[in-house]
Design a protein around this ligand. Structure first.
Ligand code: PLP
Length: 383
């Protein structure tokens, strides 16, 4: 089997599995003050350091959650509610890029429903899939009250890297808060938490377990807890910590501590894949230019995504089409639509995403399968 769908979820790293089984066997409630609880607390705090290091942040900024979806909800609702305390600091405008994951887009929509004084604006992207900085600058100038900007570090479908340093500068000049969804970018590029106020991470995209994530929050950024009950995590996210999930997340983050070697290896595979694809199908279109080392989003004109995914699957090659979290349901991607890609071409978009366990054999199998599928399409057209 050839797994090339790491942006959907990356297989569990052996280091994570081992940290998780250790944590499960150790057990303990990190809030208990006896020895068993203290051992569990040590596991959580060690993981907190490792996850923070992945983002170039302090451990104190890390709130463990059940995954990036919860983190996006916590950041947006938490910031909006937390900002209510001071009349001047109230968030009244939220600007999200058109290519954000639904975890941000749908949450922003709900935010506007719940808080009628919040206006949500969508910031367009260029044909290359990069957030339109001029449009953001103009948007930030309009309207009164504090703004919150959400731009992802890199897109999960195309891999296109976003100019976070420039977005951060624009946000700071306007006194706006910045939320960066760093889920696909983590480990694939160097993250700098200092550029933003809120950062979202997910364990299962870097070889950690599913159902484990984090929201990193700058110390004085507004944040009202959304899960209330116990006083865990400084009262910011109530509930007994998911000990094994956190341990596995920490181990995956630590495995990436020297991410450069892994990034170079993945980039080599991705470059090889794209060169071979261009050779096998010169008409293939690869979407986006400045991309993460891990992602190729492409279409072979005439080959629909549905046919391709089935054909690839029969050959033991796993890729995806459309948005990560809706694999299995072929819809035209909102990301490609935002880039102005023609619908017929976008409908054939496939995403091949590489990660820690990818090999050159995966690349060869994918190219062999795609070559066969393309020949079939061409034979049908010729008939
Ligand atoms: N943000 C991005 C960019 C993603 O790709 C995903 C998952 O695909 C999420 C958020 C949601 O992550 P989780 O599965 O941890 O809730």
């Amino acid at each position: 089997m050839h797994y090339l769908d790491h942006n959907a979820t990356s297989p569990l790293r052996p280091e994570s599995l081992s940290a998780m089984t250790h944590a499960l066997a150790a057990g303990g409630n990190p809030s208990s003050i006896h020895a068993n609880g203290r051992a569990a607390r040590a596991i959580v705090e060690e993981a907190r350091e490792k996850v923070a290091a992945l983002a170039g942040a302090d451990a104190a900024t890390v709130i463990f959650t059940s995954g990036a979806t919860e983190s996006c909800n916590l950041a947006l609702f938490g910031a909006a509610e937390g900002s209510l305390e001071g009349e001047d600091s109230r968030i009244t405008r939220v600007f999200v890029s058109a290519i954000e994951h639904k975890a941000v887009l749908a949450t922003a929509e709900r935010l506007a429903e719940r808080f009628p004084w919040i206006r949500v604006g969508i910031v367009p992207v260029t044909a290359d899939g990069i957030v339109d900085l001029e449009a953001l600058r103009v948007a930030l100038r309009e309207g009164k009250g504090r703004a919150l900007v959400a731009v992802m570090a890199a897109n999960n479908e195309t891999g296109v890297i976003q100019p976070i340093a420039e977005v951060s500068r624009l946000a700071r000049e306007a006194g706006a808060l910045l939320l960066v969804d760093a889920v696909p970018a983590a480990g694939k590029t160097v993250l700098d938490f200092a550029l933003c106020d809120y950062m979202v991470l997910s364990a299962h995209k870097i070889g950690g377990p599913q159902g484990s994530g984090a929201l990193l929050v700058r110390e004085d950024a507004p944040l009202r807890p959304q899960l209330v009950g116990g006083g865990q995590q400084k009262g910011l996210r109530a509930g007994t910590e998911n000990l094994s999930g956190i341990a596995g997340f920490g181990a995956a983050a630590h495995a990436l501590a020297d991410g450069e070697g892994e990034r170079a290896r993945i980039a080599h595979l991705r470059d090889h894949f794209e060169a071979a694809l261009k050779q096998a199908a010169p008409e293939a279109v690869i979407f986006g230019v400045d991309r993460l080392c891990s992602t190729s989003c492409f279409a072979i004109p005439g080959l629909t995504a549905e046919t391709a995914l089935m054909g690839l699957d029969l050959d033991g090659v796993m890729m995806s089409s459309g948005a990560t979290c809706s694999s299995g349901k072929v819809t035209v991607s909102h990301v490609l639509t935002a880039m102005g890609i023609e619908e017929a071409l976008a409908a054939g978009a496939l995403r091949c995403s590489f990660g820690w366990s990818s090999t050159m054999a995966d690349v060869h199998a994918a190219i062999a399968s795609l070559t066969k599928l393309r020949e079939r399409v061409r034979a049908k057209v010729a008939a």
